[in-house]
Design a protein around this ligand. Structure first.
Ligand SMILES: Cc1ncc(COP(=O)(O)O)c(C=O)c1O
Length: 430
């Protein structure tokens, strides 16, 4: 039988707000499912080569352990006097502080738990001051491209400096409130965007910036304060915490003034003839029972990554992605998609096409014959993929103009990478 002794180790709220996880350089943690076996053609079982982390990453062991540890005392949050309820509430609120520290947010930034990145961008979209114009590049994932009522769309820039110049020009031409939305690392090419320079330009024009960090935070450290970002959004399931939570972090004022995202219990101070809503963004936008285990999982992932230290994580990822890219580049007919060229820094994501095969055919062969999981399609970034493939590929509507995406992270191995390269080589040589 479990006992509830952990409560005494939950620090007081004020102390928690200051708490920053210390990088101790622990070994890279394991992921669940590393020994998963899957059937391939002929009925054989082979070890699964999961190369689809950019869609959803596997669960880190410390994340699963944190959820398992929280379950025996699982109870309601923010409404129970019982000990288990207080403990679960403390864990939920501690998760907020952990996530805040993970992205280096300002002490007074709001940290609102959502379902995922899409939910977070939509929440911010609902809270924009009336008449806000959003500036967004056509390279964005649909989660950051579509939620805006009034937006100016910018063509994919030919080089990073062009992105800054185009944002500068667009923002200069807009009156009233404005928001620049940009993804930190592309889910199609993995390429890193110049978010510090874009934040600078946004602020020079009195605009704010939202950074979609869904593909960045699993791979690189992000410091919201140092980069001077106004809002950041990301998802737990891409950060080794697949328990259904995401987060929106950033300046309180727009979120405090915005219409409550969900209307119901928890978001209100009192209901009588008039309804008095909470001014604090967290309760205001988290009505109903929140996803407590999702938040605990997300925080556990943040802690695990911080404790491991980014140097070790980035070094291993860069070694594997370089091997994957050079292996694919050595195969005739394989073309890697890239906006800013081979040498531009990127996270562990590679999208490519194989001459003579549709992306779906390649993905099916990789899965059915080699036990490799990749993504094929347009990756919820239709305008960008259309741009990268060019008109010669027939546009996005013909069912063939798609790409294959391989993506890696913690738990990816050299054998997985080599298996993919050799499988594509075999396919091309058939
Ligand atoms: C860059 C980027 N932004 C947003 C999203 C949306 O994430 P979610 O499906 O968790 O809302 C994704 C998912 O692929 C993504 O890659």
């Amino acid at each position: 039988m479990s006992t509830l002794t952990i409560f005494s180790s939950v620090p007081a709220r004020a102390a928690e707000a200051e708490a920053v996880p210390v990088a101790t350089g622990r070994p890279i943690p394991a992921v669940l499912g590393a020994d998963l076996e899957v059937p391939v053609k002929g009925g054989r079982l082979v070890g699964y080569a999961n190369l689809d982390y950019a869609a959803s990453a596997p669960c880190l062991e410390p994340v699963s352990a944190a959820v398992t540890a929280a379950l025996p005392a699982y109870s309601s949050v923010h409404r129970g006097a019982g000990y288990a309820s207080q403990l679960t509430t403390a864990r939920y609120e501690q998760a907020r502080h952990t996530v805040r520290a993970f992205v280096g947010a300002r002490p007074d930034d709001a940290v609102i738990f959502t379902r995922n990145t899409t939910d977070a961008t939509n929440l911010l979209a609902r809270c924009l001051p009336a008449g806000t114009t959003t500036v967004v590049f056509d390279t964005e994932h649909h989660a950051s491209l579509l939620p805006w009522e009034k937006s100016v769309r910018l063509a994919p820039p030919a080089f990073p400096g062009e992105a800054v110049r185009a944002a500068d020009a667009a923002l200069a031409g807009i009156d009233g409130p404005k928001l620049l939305v940009v993804t930190a690392a592309s889910n199609v090419t993995g390429e890193l965007w110049p978010i510090a320079a874009l934040a600078h330009v946004a602020h020079r024009h009195g605009a704010r910036i939202l950074v979609d960090a869904a593909q960045l935070v699993p791979h690189r450290r992000l410091n919201l304060t140092a980069l001077d970002l106004d809002y950041v959004a990301f998802s737990g399931h891409k950060l080794y915490a697949p328990f259904g939570a995401g987060v929106l972090i950033g300046r309180r004022d727009w979120l405090a003034d915005g219409e409550p995202y969900l209307k119901g219990g928890g978001a209100v101070r009192s209901v009588g003839d008039d309804t008095e809503w909470h001014d604090d963004p967290e309760p205001r936008h988290e009505a109903g029972t929140p996803n407590v285990l999702g938040a605990i999982a997300l925080a556990a992932a943040c802690d695990a990554l911080t404790a491991t230290g980014w140097t070790a994580l980035v070094r291993e990822e860069e070694r594997l992605i370089a091997r994957l890219r050079s292996g694919l580049a050595s195969i005739e007919g394989v073309r890697e998609l890239s906006l800013w060229g081979d040498d531009h820094p990127r996270v562990g994501i590679v999208s490519f096409t194989v001459a003579g095969y549709s992306a779906r055919e390649v993905a099916e062969v990789l899965s059915g014959e080699y036990g490799i999981g990749v993504r094929d399609g347009k990756f919820c970034a239709h305008p960008f993929v259309r741009h990268l493939l060019g008109e010669a590929d027939g546009g996005c509507e013909d069912g063939t103009a798609s790409a294959v995406r391989a993506s890696i992270g913690i738990g990816s191995t050299q054998e997985h990478v080599d298996r993919l390269v050799e499988a594509v080589r075999d396919l091309v040589n058939r």
